[in-house]
Design a protein around this ligand. Sequence first.
Ligand SMILES: Nc1ncnc2c1ncn2[C@@H]1O[C@H](COP(=O)(O)OP(=O)(O)OP(=O)(O)O)[C@@H](O)[C@H]1O
Ligand SMILES: [Mg+2]
Length: 506
Amino acid sequence: MTFIAEQIVKVFPGVRALDRATLRLEPGTIHALLGENGAGKSTLIKVVTGVYQPDGGRLLSTAEDGSLTELSFGGPLDAQRAGIGVVHQERNLVPAFSVAENIALQAVPKRRGFVDQEAMRGLARRCLDRLDVHLDVDRPVSSLSVAQMQLVEIAKALAVDSKVLLLDEPTASLTGDEAEALYTVVGALRDQGHSVVLVTHKLEEVFAVADTMTVLRDGRSVAEAQPLAEHTRDDVVTLMVGRAHADLQLDSRSVDTTTAPALELENVSTAQGHHNISLHVRRGEILGLYGLVGAGRSELARAVLGLDAITGGTVRISGEPVRISSVGQALQRHRLGYVTENRKEEGVFLDQTIARNVSVTVWRRLARLGLVRGNDERALVEQYREQLGMRISGPTQLAGQLSGGNQQKVSLAKWLAADCDILVIDEPTVGIDVRTKAAFHELIVGLADAGIAILLISSDLPEMITLADRIAVMSEYRIVGELDNDHRYERTSHAVIRMIHAEIAS
Ligand SMILES: Nc1ncnc2c1ncn2[C@@H]1O[C@H](COP(=O)(O)OP(=O)(O)OP(=O)(O)O)[C@@H](O)[C@H]1O
Ligand SMILES: [Mg+2]
């Protein structure tokens, strides 16, 4: 069946999120849905999957004989019954449930009215196997990393056999290898005649896997179901941004290696299973920490911040041994900030205004005489709004109403406002569009140039090679190598990948 969302309009108070957007999906194609942060991609997906009711336009499907049927979805279940499957950008797993229960939620195998536990586990394992993911299906989802959750969510979408499958930034926190496994599955679905919609800001992936594309700009479709083969990367970016866009070129930076490291780990072991981790980062330096999903990078950051237990070794800040007990203490006592990848649970207060979110780290500084002054908060937001290209209606908008990428910007702005000496930044540009990504990169380098020590965790190897001065490689909770980064992509990426594979093979 061909599926068409025609001239869709969706209005939220103060925003026209969709303004006559059209999406046309042919069977047997992988279709990229592209656009900058806030362009309306997720909103369109929610209209197509029955989460939102459109304020204008219609949903149609055509049968093989060309006859049109108008569809109307009262809710997500209706869309599911019509054969439309989805992975939303904000993940929807039940944390207390096991991996198996989550995957099988919509397709629970029952025997005589009872959930068939063995069949459920089997189904979950088969879905994970298709993605080449090895996870204990009895683990509660709450114990997984963000990237592992993402893989579970995709497996869940595969558990229901849908004709149209919509994936909203499925690979946002995955590394290349994991994304490749996903795209192998997606390719097989296409070959079986399904149509797959892919939302991603990673244009390399778009050109590698997609057949056709629709580009949204300010809620309008400015390119509709066009073959990708007819476009270059630059064309596509121009369509999204509305004008030509230049990629960031960074000069090589020099770091003063005579000063004591700002942050140093010596033989650190943790309750999570890290073993003898040693690394250091100096003022003005960007140390990249690279590794595959599950390598233990975010978990190490959490242990340093006191969120998980350190069981051995020493953490030093400016040469002094420290034991940090909380994120707040790290900031107040050591001027160490932590930009987390987990923006939904830790990064952003969705039910608070943007202004309150951005100023939360500087309340003490702003709260002269014990009162947070609204004007100060708003001034702070205005400062970052322009710098980060935040697409918001104003400082008093609730953070939960922002598009995914704009929430990420709020999360980063919060730590920029905090004025730290050391920043641990975990996956800063997950879900960030090309234009803003360049602005983020410039900003991070600017922070280092201003003397801040930066520990950068990223699964995005091109990003790591653009930004890092040195790269430490982690595999299975150990550091397996370290190298100076000469910013030459081919050479450095091969060296990094060799380190990981040598470790896995041994
Ligand atoms: N529930 C909501 N209430 C109010 N405004 C909303 C809501 N959801 C989305 N919006 C607004 O609609 C616009 C489009 O948002 P949408 O999430 O569809 O963007 P997107 O293209 O998915 O962006 P991103 O790449 O950042 O995920 C944005 O201006 C956003 O702030
Ligand atoms: Mg989105």
